[in-house]
Design a protein around this ligand. Structure first.
Ligand code: NAP
Length: 345
């Protein structure tokens, strides 16, 4: 039987508040239940929803860990019945919480193999963003080859996944971002036009870039007054997909374009969906996106890495908005740093 750790390092949210409430702690390590795996975490992605959770604005769904962290990569150290993975497998996983830790439980269907050629740090930056982009841009938004996508927040973790993926699957991509440096990054990832929204009206820029036609899909993480402007950007039969609303959940909107240009407004949030639904997204990713990651046509953009214990600094960086791509945490490595006790899962 494999020796499992009795306890492991985690980052707790001491109380809702600023980054300093992220506090290193030690928690017992639970063995995996049926259908689950226990992962020794090599790296965990930091996502904007973690910041909202830390602030007390995005509580974990019922049954999820109170430890923040929605994605990890590492090695399976124990597998429950029917999990579909073996001890020693290298996986990346979407989790509903618990990622900021040395050890993390994950439902088997939400795990994917670490793509060949990618590091564990790169793999840790994949699940939350690629699950979100796939289900919103390609499933709900139905982006098809030859169509045009507008990505707001093109330099975000989400944006830096959406731009190369849409390009690799045959779409044209326009993006918005808040600085010249961020726009240059969007262009390097494949956006044919990157619009600095602080300097230009993105509606006019989109119209100009598309010869007045508009785009087929808008991926919006801004909301508020962007909503009517997004509708203006859409071509006939266009789709607006909302994934976040930091500028507000309410807006004054004329719905006339929805009728006259036959538009669709949709959106989703990933975290509360069932293991079965997330597993279906994982299967689609493995079939359609893993070959692109393994061939190097699409690659996660890692902006910076922090030791797990410095999660507060990682959150400060994310809140500064200075990053381009993903921020990743790395738990202490090596068996010497782990408290081991022989026991069976
Ligand atoms: N629905 C879901 O299932 C789901 C899942 C994961 C993430 N999300 C959401 O997706 C967004 C991106 O997540 P992330 O982890 O990739 O975060 P991130 O890297 O911190 O990116 C946040 C982005 O939002 C952009 N932004 C914020 N306010 C803006 C504004 N007023 N105008 C234009 N852009 C604005 C920023 O762009 P600039 O710096 O250029 O202003 C930044 O690139 C977050 O809002 C997150 O909550 C949703």
């Amino acid at each position: 039987m494999t020796a499992l750790p009795r306890e492991g390092a985690v980052i707790e949210i001491a109380a809702p508040g600023p980054p300093e409430v992220l506090r290193p702690a030690v928690r017992p390590v639970a063995p995996p239940g049926p259908g689950e795996v226990l992962i020794r975490v090599a790296a965990a992605g930091v996502n904007r929803p973690d910041v909202l959770q830390r602030q007390g604005l995005y509580p974990p769904p019922p049954g999820a860990s109170d430890i923040p962290g929605l994605e990890v990569a590492g090695e399976v150290v124990a597998a429950g019945d029917g999990a579909g993975w073996r001890v020693g497998d290298r996986v990346c996983a979407l989790v509903a919480g618990g990622g900021y830790a040395e050890y993390c439980l994950a439902p088997g269907p939400q795990c994917l193999p670490v793509p060949a050629g990618l590091t564990l740090v790169e793999a840790a930056g994949i699940p939350e963003t690629f699950f979100t982009v796939w289900t919103n841009v390609f499933e709900r938004g139905r982006l098809a080859p030859g169509e045009t996508l507008l990505v707001h927040g093109g330099s975000s973790g989400i944006g830096t996944a959406a731009i190369p993926l849409a390009r690799a699957l045959g779409a044209r991509v326009l993006a918005t971002a808040g600085s010249a440096e961020k726009c240059a990054a969007c262009a390097a990832l494949g956006a044919e036009r990157a619009i600095n929204y602080r300097e230009l009206d993105f509606v006019a820029a989109v119209k100009e870039a598309t010869g007045g036609r508009g785009v087929d899909v808008v991926l919006d993480m801004v909301g508020g007054d962007y909503i009517p402007r997004n509708l203006e950007c859409l071509a006939v039969e266009g789709r607006l997909v909302l994934i976040a609303l930091p500028r507000g959940a309410k807006a004054e909107v004329s719905f006339a374009p929805v009728l006259f240009r036959r538009l669709t407004i949709t959106g989703s949030s990933l975290r509360p969906r069932t293991v079965e639904q997330k597993g279906a997204i994982a299967r689609a990713l493995r079939e359609r996106v893993w070959p692109l990651l393994e061939s190097g046509r699409v690659r996660p953009v890692i902006h910076s890495r922090f030791p797990l214990a410095e999660a507060a600094a990682a959150h400060r960086l994310m809140e500064s908005g200075a990053h381009i791509g993903k921020i990743v945490l790395e738990p202490p490595g090596g068996p010497a740093s782990r408290r081991l006790e022989s026991r069976t899962p």
